[in-house]
Ligand binder design. Structure first.
Ligand SMILES: Cc1cc2nc3c(=O)[nH]c(=O)nc-3n(C[C@H](O)[C@H](O)[C@H](O)COP(=O)(O)OP(=O)(O)OC[C@H]3O[C@@H](n4cnc5c(N)ncnc54)[C@H](O)[C@@H]3O)c2cc1C
Length: 311
């Protein structure tokens, strides 16, 4: 019998389970066959870039994410983020600089030599980081299993902590899905050390380097609950934007494509809730890796208030 049953093994569920286990609580994680949105994420820990469109709370809470992940998983790259725009969209860079902080103007090729001669200037956010989401989640799960936490698809035995992302609409009908389509590319010709964001008035994109010549190219933002495969249009727009970053990407191989549904509340800010005896951590929107550590910590504070502990 576990005291806590965490529903869901996406990034929210695994961050919550990790903090519970670290506090010596007994818990289990209930899993399902549904692919988590977390599987498709870019893994950017970019609190300052996200400030372009997110409220200050997202930037503030997200600043501790890189440290949290670095203490628990290997492979967190603290290389910052490079933001670019093609010369005809130069005003986009100025606008982005105005809306964000903790950046400096830079010569992109000094940071990424493969960009030599391509962009006159860019914005560098030195304090940002990235990780490979799939590796990071695998490591969190392995660490939990090593502590004796059971992962199973059976009946929960403890107090429920609902981390089912978009699958929680039965209890929280106000959750909505924001469809994100992405690609994994492979190229041995390009070597980038950090996420590159390309600003564009209609088709912004980002490229996140992964191991062995792989890159995650993302991502669309579509107000839709549709989890079907990537559309032709999305693929064409993402690839043509990537080509603007570097024409060598035209020869890259498309090794994977995918679609994830980001769970979002009305204001696109996550929440920890308690209702009818069930805790929930949800609404991660496009910030699951950035904000799940802070939201899990927030839940721990709530649980430490004795009245909520009664089983
Ligand atoms: C293309 C894309 C790119 C992204 N890039 C980034 C990024 O760079 N940085 C960032 O911070 N965020 C990013 N995000 C956002 C991030 O992926 C989401 O915010 C996050 O995955 C949401 O996590 P979650 O744990 O709430 O939900 P999910 O990851 O969807 O996990 C929910 C889990 O609950 C399980 N479940 C469902 N029903 C049940 C049940 N009855 N019992 C048990 N389990 C159940 C599901 O199988 C799933 O495993 C991106 C998202 C997408 C789609």
């Amino acid at each position: 019998m576990s005291r806590w049953s965490v529903l869901g093994s996406g990034v929210a569920g695994l961050c919550v389970a990790t903090l519970l286990a670290e506090q010596g609580e007994t818990l289990e994680v209930i899993v399902s066959d549904e692919m988590p949105a977390s599987h498709w994420a870019g893994g950017m820990l970019a609190p300052f870039c996200e400030g372009e469109s997110a409220p200050e709370r997202v930037t503030a809470l997200g600043q501790h994410a890189a440290g949290w992940w670095s203490q628990r998983v290997e492979g967190v790259a603290q290389q910052g983020t490079l933001v670019l725009a093609s010369p005809r969209d130069a005003t986009e860079l100025t606008r982005f600089a105005r809306l964000t902080r903790q950046h400096q103007w830079c010569n992109p090729e000094e940071l990424e030599p493969d960009l030599a001669g391509r962009f006159a200037r860019g914005l560098f956010f030195a304090g940002e980081a990235h990780l490979n989401p799939r590796d990071a989640l695998r490591q969190l799960r392995a660490a939990l299993e090593a502590r004796g936490v059971a992962f199973h698809a059976g009946k929960p035995s403890g107090t429920l902590i609902d981390c089912r992302g978009i699958h929680a609409t039965d209890r929280q009908p106000e959750l909505r899905a924001v469809r994100g389509e992405m690609l994994i590319l492979h190229s041995d010709d390009l070597h980038f050390s950090r996420p590159i964001r390309l600003l564009h008035p209609r088709f912004p994109c980002y490229l996140v380097p992964r191991a062995s010549g792989h890159f995650m190219l993302g991502a669309t933002m579509v107000e839709s609950d549709d989890a079907s495969p990537i559309s032709v249009r999305a693929m064409m727009e993402l690839l043509s934007a990537a080509w603007t970053i570097h024409p060598a990407l035209a020869e890259a191989r498309i090794v994977e494509s995918g679609t994830g549904r980001r769970p979002a509340y009305r204001h696109n800010v996550p929440e920890v809730r308690y209702r009818d005896g069930v805790f929930s951590v949800n609404g991660m929107y496009r910030h699951g890796f950035l904000l799940a550590p802070a939201m899990a910590q927030h839940l721990m504070q709530l649980l430490s208030q004795e009245s909520h502990y009664a089983n």
